[in-house]
Ligand binder design. Structure first.
Ligand SMILES: Nc1nc2c(ncn2[C@@H]2O[C@H](COP(=O)(O)OP(=O)(O)OP(=O)(O)O)[C@@H](O)[C@H]2O)c(=O)[nH]1
Ligand SMILES: [Mg+2]
Length: 307
């Protein structure tokens, strides 16, 4: 058989495509991606606007490779450079993917959801509506009328209720998405899980611990920069990281009494990073003030917020 024939045969057997996970903040997009991948790739928290960057999660099973793109929640806050960056990161994917998963929270269709559905008017790929947090629905009888109500908003390819937190129906979602992907050879090696470096994932883990530790007290305008990431010959990973905030008051909050807060953020982050890289981790964590970074395009690029 000629090479060309072989290539065509392979392509006919294999599917590979991009699936964007979009929706307003806090509906469970990153939790869904993590559940699909069976690992913690994208950080999650109770606070809206946790995800700031696009992140790819690649899942390969037999002949199908699905490349999920987790995105920041699309929101209607205006103004600062970082807010604009996040909306751009979320909406720029809409015309570059094969399937869109539009995630909403059960029984909570909001104006922000409405604004997103209006953006979908110009896309021409199938849109699957994922109704998440089904565990919050008290009675199953509510489901059918709910789905019929939601179907009025758009001509969705499918409407799938799931619970990303406990995995309910997530396998069904995956099965419905697979046939919507184009026939292609796999874009990524079958064992690759993401496009992001461990260095980036480590900075995200630190940011997650920061958000979780500080809850509502968190200055929204903090970011993490990994200054050094060194793998020793003996397998130890040494990381020097800086948390940037915008004022000395914010710095004091993060450090806490006698450094207690920073210490517990560091411990939790070190444990997760150690799991991720499967080796011992030494983490040196600093807090520094850098005024106005979140509204300064140049500072943002320096801190990794570039497209
Ligand atoms: N009860 C319930 N909670 C969930 C479910 N999925 C996610 N959550 C919770 O919802 C919150 C937000 O989850 P995330 O995955 O961070 O949401 P997101 O859509 O990625 O949020 P942004 O990145 O801020 O846009 C977290 O506290 C999750 O634990 C679910 O199926 N059921
Ligand atoms: Mg997220």
């Amino acid at each position: 058989m000629s090479d060309k024939h072989e290539e065509q045969n392979l392509a006919a057997r294999q599917r590979s495509g991009y699936v964007a996970i979009i929706g307003r903040p806090n509906v469970g997009k990153s939790t869904l991606l993590n559940n699909i991948l069976g690992m913690k790739l994208s950080i999650t928290s109770r606070k809206p606007q946790t995800t700031r960057h696009q992140i790819l999660g690649v899942k390969t099973t037999d002949n199908v490779q699905t490349i999920y793109v987790d995105t920041p929640g699309i929101h209607q806050r205006r103004g600062t450079a970082i807010n604009k960056y996040m909306n751009r990161a979320a909406t720029s994917v809409l015309n570059d993917v094969d399937v869109i998963l539009f995630v909403v929270q059960v029984k909570q269709w909001t104006e922000e959801d409405q604004a997103i559905v209006e953006k979908l008017a110009t896309v021409d790929c199938p849109v699957v509506l994922v109704v998440n947090k089904m565990d919050k629905l008290s009675s199953k009888e509510e489901l059918l009328p709910l789905i019929s109500e939601l179907s009025e908003h758009y001509d969705f390819a499918e409407i799938i209720p799931v619970s990303a937190m406990n995995g309910m129906n997530v396998d069904v979602l995956e099965q419905k998405v697979a046939p919507l992907l184009p026939e292609n050879e796999h874009f990524y090696p079958d064992d690759q899980v993401t496009d992001r470096s461990t260095r980036f994932l480590a900075s995200e883990i630190i940011r997650e611990k920061l958000i979780r530790e500080l809850g509502q007290e968190l200055p929204y305008t903090s970011t993490v920069d990994i200054e050094k990431y060194i793998e020793d010959d003996d397998g130890l990973v040494r990381i020097h990281a800086t948390i940037y905030v915008e004022s000395t008051g914010q710095k004091a909050i993060i450090i806490g009494k006698k450094g207690a807060r920073l210490k517990s953020i560091g411990t939790a982050a070190r444990q997760d990073i150690s799991k991720l890289v499967d080796s011992k981790v030494y983490l040196n964590l600093w807090v520094k003030v850098r005024e106005g970074w979140s509204n300064d395009e140049r500072a943002l690029r320096g801190l990794g917020y570039s497209e």
